[in-house]
Design a protein around this ligand. Structure first.
Ligand SMILES: C[S@@+](CC[C@H](N)C(=O)[O-])C[C@H]1O[C@@H](n2cnc3c(N)ncnc32)[C@H](O)[C@@H]1O
Length: 242
């Protein structure tokens, strides 16, 4: 990303706060706390990844729906501004590793982590998936392009503990099946498949044990979201066509 905010320009801190998901509000530095109990994420406005994009919002919504965020070890790959890792920490994650291969993104993410008072629970790393320190993660967040997610699949899945989850986004509709298929072949099952206006997001689960991957699975139940796009909500096998 070459257009990250410098965090110094006043315009990036003078926007109206806006809601994100069901639990959050994105707000500039110094904003009064939300009156409706939402958790504030202090983020500079303007760069992709400051909360306005549908893929970011969708990751946050999936994250909010997870039962086990509290105490989790989280990897945010392609952290950008750091908003997803910061949201996970705000939901009670024990620790987050934020990785980006863009040096400017890393500076911005590090600054955002500090502004949100989370430096003691976050590690921000310049690099790729192989540079992420730590034991297997409970939750991996990766808002990247579909082809990148497919290419990184084996490395990403290898970093998730048995029973852990991957929240994948940035997947154009036409790449949705390819990503599901790739992660299905790596032993993941599909937890959620969200079609947004242009992109899609997936919740993929790693089995607790190998036997779980070989057992029968219920067929996916399709329903339509408000835009008429298919929304798979049951635990479907990842490779099953929608
Ligand atoms: C679409 S932005 C997502 C930002 C933020 N996570 C969000 O959800 O709004 C993707 C980010 O991934 C980074 N990126 C792309 N490929 C990467 C890779 N292979 N390893 C690490 N970071 C990568 C880019 O530099 C960019 O900051």
């Amino acid at each position: 990303m070459s257009d990250h905010p410098t965090l110094a320009a006043a315009s990036e801190w003078t926007y109206e706060p806006f809601t994100l998901g069901g639990r959050f509000r994105v707000a500039p530095r110094g904003a009064l706390g939300a009156s409706d109990g939402r958790l504030d994420l202090v983020v500079a406005r303007g760069a992709f990844g400051s909360g306005e994009h549908e893929t970011t919002a969708s990751c946050v919504e999936v994250l909010e729906g997870l039962a086990d965020v509290r105490g989790a070890r989280v990897l945010d790959l392609g952290a950008g501004t750091g908003i997803l890792g910061i949201a996970a920490l705000a939901l009670g994650a024990a620790h987050a590793v934020l990785v980006d291969n863009d040096p400017q993104a890393v500076l911005v993410a590090r600054r955002h982590v500090a502004l949100n008072g989370m430096s003691d629970r976050a590690t921000v790393v310049l690099g790729e998936i192989g540079d992420a320190p730590g034991p297997p993660f409970d939750i991996v967040l990766a808002n990247l392009h579909g082809d990148v997610l497919v290419a990184l699949g084996p490395a990403l899945v290898a970093r998730v503990r048995p029973g852990g989850v991957l929240v994948l986004s940035g997947i154009l509709w036409e790449h949705n099946w390819d990503v599901r298929d790739a992660y299905g072949r790596l032993g993941c099952t599909l937890g959620e498949n969200r079609f947004l206006s242009e992109y899609s997001s997936l919740l993929m689960r790693l089995p607790v044990s190998h036997a779980e991957t070989c057992g029968p699975t219920d067929p996916p139940s399709l329903r339509l979201d408000t835009d008429g796009a298919p929304l798979i909500t049951t635990e479907a096998r990842a490779g099953d066509p929608a």
